[in-house]
Design a protein around this ligand. Structure first.
Ligand code: ADP
Ligand code: ZN
Length: 639
């Protein structure tokens, strides 16, 4: 398909926001505070928009850009994704383009001309491009509808995504006084919000905050028992054919995990900073364009990934902060359909992170911040009540009721009075001189006659063999929880020996009690009998039961899921022909609605949520033909 802007179907400008919502985007109603924000920006106001991932931020600037005369300029740090964002807009009939260094010079000149001639609705730019004097001059000569500053938390020097160029975006306020500015982000605590407002000069503007909750994501944290095999079981049982992201901390773990998944019949690709640029780009593209791929990545992957149908995000290592964790897990389920955030962690993670903290060269202030971050993360992992409450509470949001969609709500963990076992563990650490690691301490508790223990004479101390009520796994769990709660820590020299803390004294002296979680032996949620070794994954029908069930509870109708599978095949072909990711043609949700309602003519087709005028024109005939090609139900052989 020819995708040059001049050939794109140009809409007669509809006059109200609601008309555009339906005609262009194919949606019937605004979500959350979208209508308010759009009215504010269309009226020329500045604002900061805080919405969770998948909340619908883009519409808040795309639509006013269509309502106001001139071009909306979108500033985004993610050059690699601009092409898809522009493709998605063009599929809707919106005249969109991007300018960046990857574009041949002739194309750049052509787009500049279109901009001057007012033939663009949206122009995407990276901040470094915008800040070039040449670009600023070009923009001054053009009519502008608005500036949208995406990923606005990048102005924060404290944040993990800091981009120095963002600090220079105050140029917009100085040189384009009359053009409204909208900054948006999915993650910003109060301090970051203030920073955005101050640095982008939004002081007269409004701040629209939508709750952070992502109710469709099921949060789950499991103690590590079997490393990669555990991940395999999780994916094999619950998401055998879905797209997902697996995060690991090191490049080596990324490579090993991707290989391991491939060996077991899953299609997985690695992504980390050590791969050649071209390969990294290619893997990201494949993840966006193909159905049902798993990407195994370091945290270098993912900012701004707007693939809507990522069904799970798994962390194999403990993330550095709850902020980072929430942002990463937020990449699951942007389409609003059920998704899972899965985290495994164990005693080793806690020891490692505590050790990094204790031996870090950072100044006291930074160390304190790091320590608070770690405490918050560990608190989340070990909580025995609703996890979402902890998460949202961290961002200053109170949840009135337990969420009912996290592991602790669904299967409340057993707790037990851990006072005595904790005392045993702590005094064993004390009696062995606070000079040994976890494994050694456990061996002493269990009364193992190892050569090392005998050499140190620890087979003769009072805590030798006093821990027979638990096995090795049980003691690891206890030590992990003591570490997580700051009742134990590690030495400052980086050796990994366990040490007592101030906080452990009351417990040791019998002045405090302690409630501990009993780690479940095997955590299984979902179907059995579909363990990892399932051979190759089917490509065609990626988890349609899940999507269909979520959309309409239509699981019990085989013809619906068969229809859905056919629509997906058609979508994949059309997407490949147009050179765009499948979800740019139609979202899963839209296909599911077609499979369920089975529209027979253009009018019914247009009534499906996610179908606008241009998509009707571009794809209506082909999808209607596919839907109508089906034999009537009565002639179909019984299953
Ligand atoms: P964000 O940028 O906030 O992460 P997006 O703007 O990508 O989220 O929107 C998430 C999804 O929700 C997109 O697929 C978008 O088309 C859809 N969406 C946005 N607004 C609406 C609406 N009013 N009705 C239905 N779907 C919507
Ligand atoms: Zn909950």
């Amino acid at each position: 398909m020819d995708m040059t802007p001049s050939s794109v179907y140009i809409l007669a400008m509809p006059n109200s926001a609601l008309d555009i919502l339906k005609d262009v985007f194919g949606y019937d109603t605004f979500r959350g505070r979208q209508a308010e924000i759009i009215a504010h920006v269309a009226g020329g106001g500045d604002c900061l928009v805080l919405m969770p991932t998948g909340g619908g931020k883009s519409l808040c600037y795309q639509l006013p850009a269509l309502l106001r005369p001139g071009t909306g300029v979108v500033i985004s740090p993610l050059i690699a994704l601009m092409q898809d964002q522009v493709a998605a807009m063009r599929q809707l009939g919106v005249r969109a383009a991007f300018l960046n260094s990857t574009l041949p010079a002739a194309d750049q000149r052509r787009i500049e001309t279109l901009l001057r001639q007012r033939e663009l609705d949206l122009l995407y730019l990276a901040p470094e491009r915008l800040l070039q004097e040449r670009t600023l001059a070009l923009l001054e000569q053009s009519e502008l509808a608005l500036f949208a500053i995406d990923e606005a938390h990048c102005v924060s020097q404290w944040g993990h995504d800091f981009r120095p160029e963002y600090l220079r975006l105050d140029v917009l306020e100085q040189r384009f006084t009359a053009v409204p500015r909208l900054a948006c982000t999915a993650t910003a605590d109060q301090r970051t919000q203030d920073e955005i407002v101050a640095k982008l000069g939004l002081t007269d503007g409004r701040v629209f905050v939508t709750g952070f909750d992502r109710p469709n994501i099921r949060y789950r944290v499991v103690p590590r028992t079997g490393g990669r095999a555990q991940l395999l079981r999780f994916i094999g049982r619950e998401y055998p054919t879905a797209a997902g992201i697996v995060y690991c901390l090191s490049r080596r773990r990324v490579e090993q995990t991707a290989d391991y998944l491939c060996e077991h019949g899953f299609r997985a690709l690695p992504y980390h900073a050590g791969l050649p640029n071209s390969l990294r780009k290619q893997n990201q593209q494949r993840f966006l364009r193909e159905d049902g791929l798993i990407i195994v990545a370091t945290i270098a992957f993912g900012m701004g990934i707007d693939k809507p149908d990522v069904r799970f995000v798994a962390h194999l290592d403990l993330p550095r902060s709850l902020e980072a964790y929430y942002q990463e897990t937020g990449r699951a389920g942007r389409d609003g359909l059920p998704a899972t955030a899965y985290l495994t962690y164990g005693l080793q993670d806690v020891i490692l992170l505590r050790r990094l903290l204790e031996t870090s060269e950072a100044d006291d202030r930074h160390k304190r911040i790091e320590r608070q971050r770690l405490e918050a993360m560990l608190g989340y992992c070990e909580v025995a009540s609703c996890r979402r409450r902890v998460l949202l509470g961290h961002f200053g949001e109170q949840l009135a009721e337990p969420c009912g969609n996290c592991d602790t709500c669904l299967t409340p963990p057993e707790t037990f009075d851990g006072t005595v076992v904790a005392q045993k563990a702590l005094s064993c650490v004390a009696r062995t001189g606070q000079r040994f690691g976890a494994l050694y301490v456990i061996d002493v508790l269990l009364g193992k006659q190892t050569a090392r223990i005998e050499r140190f004479g620890h087979d003769r101390i009072s805590t030798f063999g006093i821990g027979s009520e638990l096995d090795r796994t049980g003691w690891r769990s206890v030590l992990r929880q003591l570490m997580a709660r700051g009742l134990l820590t590690v030495d400052r020299e980086g050796i990994g020996s366990l040490q007592l803390t101030e906080a452990s004294q009351p417990l040791l002296q019998g002045e405090a009690t302690l409630e501990l979680r009993r780690d479940p032996l095997h955590v299984t949620i979902g179907r059995t009998g579909r363990a990892g070794r399932t051979g190759s994954r089917r490509q065609d029908s990626a988890d349609e039961p899940l999507v269909l069930k979520a959309v309409a509870g239509a699981l019990d109708r085989p013809e619906v899921s068969e229809r859905f599978a056919r629509l997906r095949t058609l979508r994949r072909r059309l997407a490949a022909e147009a050179g765009v990711p499948p979800y740019v043609v139609f979202h899963d949700k839209t296909l599911a609605a077609m499979a369920i309602h089975r529209p027979v003519d253009k009018e019914q087709f247009l009534a499906i949520s996610g179908v606008g005028q241009v998509k009707l024109t571009t794809y209506g005939d082909q999808f209607l033909a596919e839907l109508n090609a089906e034999p009537p139900a009565a002639e179909r052989p019984a299953d």
